[in-house]
Design a protein around this ligand. Sequence first.
Ligand SMILES: Nc1nc2c(ncn2[C@@H]2O[C@H](COP(=O)(O)OP(=O)(O)OP(=O)(O)O)[C@@H](O)[C@H]2O)c(=O)[nH]1
Length: 831
Amino acid sequence: MERDQDSCGTQLIDGNGVFNVEGLDNFSKITKLSQCGLSYAIVAIMGPQSSGKSTLLNHLFQTNFREMDAIRGRSQTTKGIWMAKCVGIEPFTIAMDLEGTDGRERGEDDTAFEKQSALFALAVADIVLINMWCHDIGREQAANKPLLKTVFQAMMRLFSPRKTTLLFVIRDKTRTPLEYLEPILREDIQKIWATVTKPEAHKSTPLSEFFNVEVTALSSYEEKEEQFEREVAELRQRFFHSISPGGLAGDRQGVVPASGFSFSAQQIWKIIKENKDLDLPAHKVMVATVRCEEIANEKLRYLSSDQGWLALEEAVQAGPVSGFGKKLSSILEFYLSEYENEAIYFDEGVRNAKQQQLESRALDVVHHAYVTMLGHLRSKALESFKTRLEQSLHKGEGFAASVRACAQSCMVEFDKGCEDASIRQANWDASKVREKLHRDIEAHAASVRSTMLTEMIAKYEKQLTDMLSGPVEALFEAGENDAWTSIRKLLKRETEVAVSEFSTAVASFELDKPTIDTMVQNLREYGRNVVEKKAREEAGKVLIRMKDRFTTIFNHDNDSMPRVWTGKEDIRAITKDARSASLKILSTLAAIRLDEKSDDIENVLFSSLSDGTVSVPSSKDRSIGASSDSLASSTWKEVSPKATLLTPVQCKSLWRQFKAETEYSVTQAISAQEAHKRSNNWLPPPWAIVAMVVLGFNEFMVLLRNPLYLLVLFVVYLLSKALWVQMDITGEFRNGALPGILSISSRLLPTVMNLLRRLAEEAQGRPTPEAPMQQSFSFQNNRNQTQLNPTSSTIPESSVSSSCMSSTDSEYSSPNLMHRRSTKISEEEFS
Ligand SMILES: Nc1nc2c(ncn2[C@@H]2O[C@H](COP(=O)(O)OP(=O)(O)OP(=O)(O)O)[C@@H](O)[C@H]2O)c(=O)[nH]1
């Protein structure tokens, strides 16, 4: 039983020729046959039925094949083909017990299975024991002759010699020594070999090329058991290291690796059963193909479920993995070497081809992880570039130099990462990812450069705006003769400063010259535009500027002191000066003069307007002089439309509006002068005073003698004084006696009533409501409304009539003076 367990006896093919696939796989698994590589041997035994084959194998290899019970007589015990592991023999040796030949059980003519099993034994076994009775040697009708013929013919169908060892075991040897028997046997063998029909290629091939022929003789097991045992033990020794050079199967050929034995045996038997020719070399390639494929698939399956690989795959999804290439390489290496170890004994061509396939498929399995890894390396390098560039720029390094240095270090870092991620088994190309990184870096650098340049340009533009806007406005406000000369100088100076600073700053970007030139040109144009814009703004406010200038000059003396109209001032000359200064402002703001080109605007304006031909039409003279025709145009001579701020027509209209709105000031000044003169002459003439003293002497004395009269007189005085103050009698008479009397008469009754009501309310002790204040009409200086839109080619005539007074005009806005607004000043007073 123990022996049976060790040898694992299994029926390989049953009596009906059915191959026991499961049994063979089980046998291979238990005996670990598949791990033997080429280091295994197969010994088969064939011979007549009941010739003691099973007995011999069992004694020789400690197997447990079924033996016939001697007492029951010679009948067939072994059906089909059995196999068992030879116990204690090195290397691994399989013993195959074949069904006996010429058996009565299958009938005389049924030799098909005999031939099939003989062919199978020759195809798979390295050593074939031919069991024969000693007494059959030399006999013409011996049972072994058809057997040998069958063997030799089968060998011809294998296509190639395997150098199988045929060990003739002579059973029940007689006293005739082996030395005499062996030549006879060999002669018999040669004779049979000669009679076998051979293919053309092997017609003259000697037997020795196909077979190693060995002969041994054993004593009868039944009669001389001890001697049999001894001789069997000696024979057993010959099976140790049988496949080594010099061993029984030392020069065997076409061995199928042990892991392919099961499949090979199945296929061989299948071909034999189909009665096809058995091409062993082709079969070997076929077995190699199938087995290598199987091994490769198995390794690929193991790789896909490898814990190390799965962990690495998961880790790389989350981020870059240090030593990625090394780890992956060793995992791949492990499975590829496993394949190599298992497939090493198969056909080299097939093995290598399958190995390449396995490598390629294994690389396909892991490639996505590599791509992910490269993606991480790329984004990491890009982020690193961004950070380093920011730091470098923060330190004040030049832009182009920073980009170069950071890009270089990041590319080096990426290359190192790629090197670390690369695997030994593949020469994967990271150049596309590298190029992408390069492009990303360049795109980022371009974006930063663009932002920085935009900021820098904005900074210098702001600098220009700050340096030009205020001073230009001040120069326009000052209205000096050389305003545009000063503006040109200012623009040139500030533009040069900005351009110089900008050029220094932009140098670190290492831009090409045309680009820098364009930027500088743009900056220059920007400065110019600032001035032009300011000029247009000022042109829009020209009316206000003119009025301000007029008011300033008209209301202040040469020492900038407010003027008091005493009657000594030459209002005509002062008005002319003030209007000239205002006209000068109009001339300055009529056109942009940044190109140092001379123009005739000032002359035209002065000649057309300052002589009084354009003025508020009066009843006396509504005609427009011939010289005003020069302003009936929408363009200035020698000034481009682009540089025109105020067209001649606009200037004319503005001047008319200006004059209309400043007339009031002049009128007020004249009135003030007259009033001043009158106020200095309010006492009656001396003769009237003397007459009053002489004629009123009696009344004066009466008053002195009667204090009641004095009291009444005092009350009358108080009332009169109150009325005087309340009604501003002096003010009312400032514009003449008749208007004064009319005004006082119309207001006298309400004023008296008002005074009485207030006195009554005070007598009752109630808080006195403020007397209704005289409504204050003030002409607010609505500058915004009067701002002129310089882009407009024409000024609506209606705007001329709208009042646009400066702040200083408010002094003329008291209600009692308002009605005088209608007073027309005669043309000769101003012209
Ligand atoms: N004369 C003689 N008989 C033997 C010898 N060895 C075994 N026998 C006997 O021969 C008979 C058949 O033995 P097996 O070993 O079963 O023979 P076999 O060739 O395996 O028989 P099959 O498998 O049926 O073909 C048995 O009764 C054995 O005792 C021997 O050396 N000489």
